[in-house]
Design a protein around this ligand. Structure first.
Ligand code: COA
Ligand code: AMP
Length: 632
């Protein structure tokens, strides 16, 4: 085991030598001679002349090395009271046949496949089958509305959409097919074919000629072998929230991603072939892509696909049951999930019934592990608890306690140290470096390591403007924070208008677009405020147009409903307050930070740029009237 400091030093001093050696740890169809280069747009690319197939690495390779009988996936579904084990050999059979299905529907290398699915094994099969053909999948999280699905369909322009009869939220059945039908009716570039996995909980109506039953197609399909693709070919597009209503299509390539997945599974998670690895997230998020599907499978682990919740499925002991029953070695979830467990079972009494001796590490990400939850976990878990920081854009941890390299003592509120390959710096707003203890913008010196986004789908210009322009030679992460004197990184939150609700990344700008479109609304602001369980939740403030007469409660109901309808239930907007004016700078910029401060602390320092300080009192009064502001 190379120690962390040596690995980190090598990765920055000789990135090509470091990542060539890491590339040797996976199988290639053609091993790359060029390790790092720039493409026509001037963006860094890894392994440009290498060829490989990600599905081969994740599936076939393990069968070929004699591990066909090892469980690849364990579907544990308290939602349907069922469990299913799928071995690597069975996974290979299903994936090869579903690749045949997709090919039969006209999907070839480079074509897109949109996947709108719940947490069932077929979702993983669909992703891997797309990868097998060299096609590009785009998974859309089930909590998004038909409108948001349509926006993603129009951007990705898929040949095929794969869905299922329904998802299950706690005990509530959410039929997916009617949502897909609405999205397809709205989309300008709907796919020609839809494949539906039937579920007994909700019957799905199939439109003849367009819609197909998964099983009927699978029964007739001929298996297809993996198609070698260029390392730089896209493997998937994953849409994430930016500061506007238009989602950003983060592109992941095949070669850099496979190397990064294999490396991070070892170096960060200390996970090895045969280990049972569980990321309790959703395949709709980057955590699901990297550490439910690709990371564990490329590494040859057994991955748990969990269709349940941390609580109420059936109780707050759900995590402990799954860990004990399937002998999970590494567990990964979001802090919000532990806050939900802590609220229902503050003394973790439900842990007592389970043998958790198999568990060697707990990882959290998606939001900062807040110190109270960190303390609770440290009190109750008898293994390292690791907060690690990453983003959809990077695909793997920018900072972590790299358990496979070296185990650092943890500090509450810190994501520990930068991962090898990431040259993390703290910069002020003008790009000047800041020293230990000084808070600023977290930036990463280029090149980013393999596995990180090479660009945005069909939008090099937005990639450049959104990430590379702020500080010359750096990737701007959008997060703020600092290093302490010992080199521990503290990530304190976004410096833009992105918020984090229950580990889900949401754009306040997108909600503002929906609210601002209401005929009664002159202007509005949405900010993220502290929430006991979800970390943050959105709060809307609206200023009504002159002369408009509308009951504030009725307006709130309408606005909450339209955000839910337009963006989806996951937006979790519940509170919209009418206020006389919004606080602004003299140049007209809304002071969102001050609104947030008033809701969280009850008072804020008066910004020197504010146009009229009296507005802060008006906002405070409106928040207090709804019990949304603490006493200052
Ligand atoms: N399909 C359809 N609807 C979904 C959905 C899905 N896949 N996921 C969430 N929703 C809906 C929920 O049903 C809820 O609807 P409601 O307003 O009608 O109740 C809404 O979106 C908000 O969901 P959520 O923010 O998840 O809140 P919750 O109260 O239902 O659950 C937690 C709270 C903490 C239990 C839940 O967020 C959780 O398990 N989080 C785990 C963390 C996680 O997976 N993070 C991902 C990144 S690692
Ligand atoms: P997403 O792209 O949805 O994974 O969200 C990424 C964002 O979530 C980051 O930019 C951070 O703001 C936040 N985030 C994720 N993990 C952490 C963490 N461990 N500590 C602090 N913030 C985090």
């Amino acid at each position: 085991m190379t120690g962390y400091h040596e690995a980190y030093r090598q990765s920055l001093a000789s990135p090509e030598a470091f990542w060539r050696a890491r590339a040797e740890e996976i199988d290639w169809h053609t091993f790359p001679e060029t390790i790092l280069s720039r493409d026509a747009a001037g963006h860094y690319r890894w392994y440009a002349d290498g060829e490989l197939n990600t599905c081969h690495l994740a599936v076939d390779r393990h069968v070929a090395r004699g591990c066909g009988e090892q469980p690849a996936l364990i579907h544990d579904s308290p939602a349907t009271r069922s469990q299913r084990i799928i071995t690597y050999a069975e996974l290979q059979d299903q994936v090869a046949r579903f690749a045949g299905v997709l090919r039969g529907l006209g999907v070839a290398r480079g074509d897109r496949v949109v996947i709108y699915m719940p947490m069932i094994p077929e979702t993983v099969v669909a992703m891997l089958a797309s990868a097998r053909l060299g096609a590009v999948h785009s998974v859309v999280f089930g909590g998004f509305s038909p409108h948001e699905l349509a926006v993603r369909i129009d951007d990705a322009r898929p040949k095929v959409l794969v869905t299922a009869g329904c998802g299950i939220e706690f005990t509530r059945v959410i039929p997916y097919k009617p949502m897909v039908d609405r999205a397809l009716a709205q989309a300008e570039h709907p796919p020609a074919s839809v494949v539906v996995v039937p579920r007994p909980q909700a019957e799905a109506e199939l439109t003849p000629g367009r819609d197909h039953d998964w099983h009927a197609l699978m029964d007739a399909a001929a298996p297809v072998a993996p198609v070698p693709v260029a390392a730089t070919d896209p493997l998937y597009i994953l849409y994430t929230s930016g500061t506007t209503g238009r989602p950003k299509g983060v592109v992941r390539d095949n070669g850099g991603h496979a190397v990064a997945m294999n490396y991070s599974m070892g170096a960060i998670y200390d996970a090895h072939p045969g280990d049972v690895y569980w990321a309790a997230s959703d395949v709709g998020w980057v955590v699901g892509h990297s550490y439910i599907v690709y990371g564990p499978l490329i590494r040859g682990c057994t991955s748990i696909v969990y269709e349940g919740k941390p609580v109420k499925t059936p109780d707050a002991g759900a995590f402990w049951r799954v860990i004990a029953e399937h002998r999970v070695k590494t567990f990964f979830t979001a802090p919000t999930a532990f806050r939900a467990v802590k609220k229902e079972d503050p003394e973790a009494r439900l842990m007592a019934g389970y043998d958790l001796s198999c568990l060697e590490a707990v990882f959290v990400a998606g939001e900062r592990l807040d110190p109270p939850t960190y303390d609770w976990l440290h009190r109750h878990m008898h293994c390292p608890v690791v907060d690690h920081w990453w983003q959809t854009e990077t695909g793997w941890a920018i900072a972590a306690n790299p358990l496979g390299l070296e185990r650092f003592p943890t500090k509450a509120g810190s994501a520990t140290v930068p991962s090898p390959g990431y040259d993390v710096r703290i910069l002020d707003d003008l790009g000047a470096p800041l020293g230990p203890g000084e808070s600023g913008n977290i930036a990463i010196r280029l090149p980013l390591p393999p596995g990180t986004l090479p660009t945005l789908w069909n939008d090099d210009a937005r990639f450049h403007a959104g990430y590379l322009e702020a500080y010359d030679g750096y990737y701007a992460s959008g997060d703020g924070g600092f290093f302490d004197e010992e080199g521990y990184l503290f990530v304190m939150g976004r410096v833009d208008d992105v918020i984090n609700v229950a580990g889900h990344r949401l754009s306040t700008g997108a909600m503002e677009e929906v609210i601002g479109a209401h005929p009664a609304v002159a202007e509005c602001a949405v900010v993220g405020i502290e929430d006991e369980i979800k970390g943050q939740r959105p709060l809307g403030l609206v200023v009504l147009k002159d002369g408009v007469e509308i009951e504030p409660e009725a307006l709130e109901r309408e606005l909450v409903a339209s955000v839910r309808e337009r963006i989806g239930a996951l937006a979790s907007l519940r509170e919209v307050l009418a206020v006389p004016r919004l606080p602004k700078t003299r140049s007209g910029k809304i002071l969102r930070k001050s609104i947030r401060g008033l809701a969280e602390q009850g008072s804020v320092p008066v910004p020197s740029t504010i146009d009229d300080p009296a507005i802060l009192d008006e906002i405070r009064a409106a928040l207090a009237a709804r019990q949304l502001a603490p006493d200052p």
